[in-house]
Design a protein around this ligand. Structure first.
Ligand code: 3HC
Length: 303
């Protein structure tokens, strides 16, 4: 069945090579997914060799784990590893048909990344962004070919969660959108077309949800009480563990984007800001029995 709003699939262009900008955890998960499902070469880039090596190392390590679980034969694992390479030079994208960025969540950084990529790729190469909350239209605005920019927003863990938000910017053309839907299908994701609005749909709802948990703690409810309150709903993980999975810095960025767009509806917790500024990535530490305990250093940050 054609997803709602998807253009005619005959407009989709083939994708025979993929570029990934960024070699952090999200970008590395994307590189693995694209190589595994599309079976095409995938090149990862980042700002220094150590990051590139770490990203490729992560992908190769995940492939080894799949092979150890017998989900891939040793031959298939080797073939898959050979598809994923790293480069410091975006010239490695010159024959790519689809480049996705998953770099720092800052509009100017993403605009600059796309401007650099555009110097190396053909006019038809799709430029996709995994942004969680930023405007696709603004990200494309200064490019020579803004019509090839599309939002392609995945959810963590990328290998497991089926949803893919595809975002059409004001100038995104039908061929780009059709290619995005075709790639989403090849990746075996359930693609939905969403409006180019702050935080799209999922993160808009998630920001409200996580934001209210943080607000309850800000107002004096103990972390554990606020975090367990919705257990009876059978959530796959509690809100504060989800916050750790998403990354508090990313969650804060999205909250700030929502606050700028809708100051009357979204606030930003000062305690959250302190938590992120302190470089903390989780509310909990795990004791020897595997039970989460609120990290006393985190609790001390809450005022
Ligand atoms: N990376 C890769 N695979 C993972 C993983 C990870 N980090 N965590 C779990 N998995 C895999 C496991 O290997 C297992 O695969 P298998 O069945 O093939 O062996 C499968 O997921 C299930 O894992 P478990 O049995 O260990 O654990 P659960 O059943 O509890 O599932 C979960 C784990 C899928 C992470 C589940 O807890 C969940 O769905 N949590 C909610 C996650 C969520 O809401 N994510 C969205 C965040 S918002 C976002 O990302 C947007 C961004 O813009 C902010």
């Amino acid at each position: 069945r054609k997803p709602a709003g998807a253009p005619d699939k005959s407009l989709a262009r083939p994708v025979t090579k993929v570029g990934v900008v960024g070699a952090g955890l999200m970008a590395s998960q994307l590189a693995l997914l694209f190589a595994r499902q599309l079976k095409v070469p995938v090149v990862l880039t980042d700002i220094d060799q150590a990051r590139v090596d770490k990203g490729v190392g992560y992908v190769h390590g995940e492939i080894d784990k799949l092979a150890a679980k017998k989900r891939l034969s040793p031959d298939a694992a080797n073939r898959l590893k050979a598809l994923v390479t790293g480069s410091l030079d975006k010239a490695a994208f010159s024959d790519a048909d689809f480049v996705i960025e998953a770099v720092f969540e800052e509009l100017s950084v993403k605009q600059q990344v796309f401007a650099e990529v555009e110097e190396h790729v053909s006019a038809e190469c799709v430029l996709a962004t995994n942004t969680s909350s930023l405007s696709i239209t603004e990200m494309a605005a200064k490019l020579a070919h803004p019509e090839r920019v599309v939002g392609f927003h995945f959810f963590n863990p990328v290998a497991v969660l089926p949803l893919l938000e595809i975002v059409r910017g004001e100038q995104t053309d039908d061929a780009t959108l059709a290619t995005a839907f075709a790639v989403g299908k090849q990746l075996k994701k359930s693609s939905v077309l969403v409006k180019d609005a702050p935080a799209f749909v999922v993160n808009r709802l998630l920001t409200r949800f996580l934001g209210e948990v943080i607000r309850a703690v800000d107002e004096g409810t103990p972390f554990e009480v606020a975090d367990k309150a919705l257990d009876p709903l059978g959530l796959p993980m509690s809100p504060l563990i989800l916050l750790q999975l998403v990354g508090p810095a990313v969650a804060l960025h999205v909250a700030e984007t929502m606050h700028q767009a809708f100051p009357d509806r979204f606030g930003v917790s000062e305690n959250m800001k302190r938590f992120v500024a302190a470089g903390k990535t989780a509310v909990y530490t795990w004791d020897a029995t595997g039970k989460p305990q609120v990290d006393p250093e985190v609790a001390a940050l809450w005022q």
